[in-house]
Design a binder for this molecule. Sequence first.
Ligand code: CO8
Length: 248
Amino acid sequence: TGVATMKFRSPPVNSLSLDFLTEFCISLEKLENDRACRGVILTSAIPKIFSSGLDITEMCGKSMEHYAEFWRAVQEMWLRLYGSNMVTVAAVNGSSPAGGCLIALLCDYRIMVENPKFSIGLNEAQLGIVAPFWFKDIFVNVVGHRVAERSLQLGSLHPTPEAHRIGLVDELVPEDKLQEKAAAVMAQWLALPDHARQLTKSMMRKAALDRLVAHREEDIQNFISLISKESIQKSLRMYMEMLKKKKS
Ligand code: CO8
C-alpha cells in the first residue's frame, strides 16, 4: 500500500530513552529511503499509553556527556520526523504527555482515541522544567499563540475532548475505529502528487527546522546547564517519587 505502521513497544510506558530514540531514527530513515513507502502511521503497541515522553531516568544523575548525547538524540528525532518527506499520521491510542505529545505534534495529522481518561499536552512546567523553543514553536504552529502560552505556562495535560476543542488533535474516534480512520486519512493525503505536497510541507516547516539546526549546539549547552542544576535534579527526583507513590 506504500504505507508503513510503526508501533512503539517499549514497556512499561514507551518512554523515550536513548535506545528508543536511536531505534526510532533508524527505522524512520529506512522508511524514508524506501521509495515504495509514502506514508507512515505512528501508534503504540502498549495499551492505554502512546508514549510517556522523554525517559526521565536519562535526565537524572547522569554525566554531562550523557546529557549531551541524549539531547542530541531528541533533536535528531525532532528534525527527522518534522522534516520527513512522507505523510505522517499519529494514531494516538493512549496518554501522551510531554515528549509523547511532541511526537504527535511533529506529524501531519493527529487522530486520538476518544477516552476522557487519556490526556495529551506539554506538561514540562509541572516537572519544574521548561519546554525548549523547538517544542514551543511547533505547539504554537498547531494550536496558536494564546492557547499555547496558557497551556505551556500551566503545564496542562488536556483530556481528549479538550485536546480536540483546542485543535491539539484533529479528530477523536472510538478505539476500534482508530486504524481504519488513520488509513482513510492517509489515503486522502496520498491522493495528491507527492512532489507538490512535499514542497508545500517543507515550505511550511522550513523556518522551524532551520531555527533548530542553527541553534543546535547552543541548545545542547543550555540543556546541560539547566538539567545539571541541583534544583532541577531535585524536581525530577520528586516527580519520579510522586509517580511511584501514585502507584502504591
Ligand atoms: N520516564 C521514565 N520512567 C517513567 C516515565 C518517564 N517519562 N513515565 C513513567 N515512568 C515509569 C514510572 O516511574 C513507573 O516505574 P516503576 O514501575 O518502576 O514504578 C512505570 O514507568 C509505570 O508508570 P505508572 O505506574 O505511572 O504507569 P501508569 O500506566 O499509571 O501511567 C503515565 C502512565 C500516564 C504515562 C504516567 O506514568 C505518567 O504520567 N508519566 C510521566 C509522564 C511525564 O510527565 N513525562 C514527562 C517527561 S519530560 C519530557 O518528555 C520533556 C522534557 C523536556 C526537557 C526540558 C529541558 C530541561
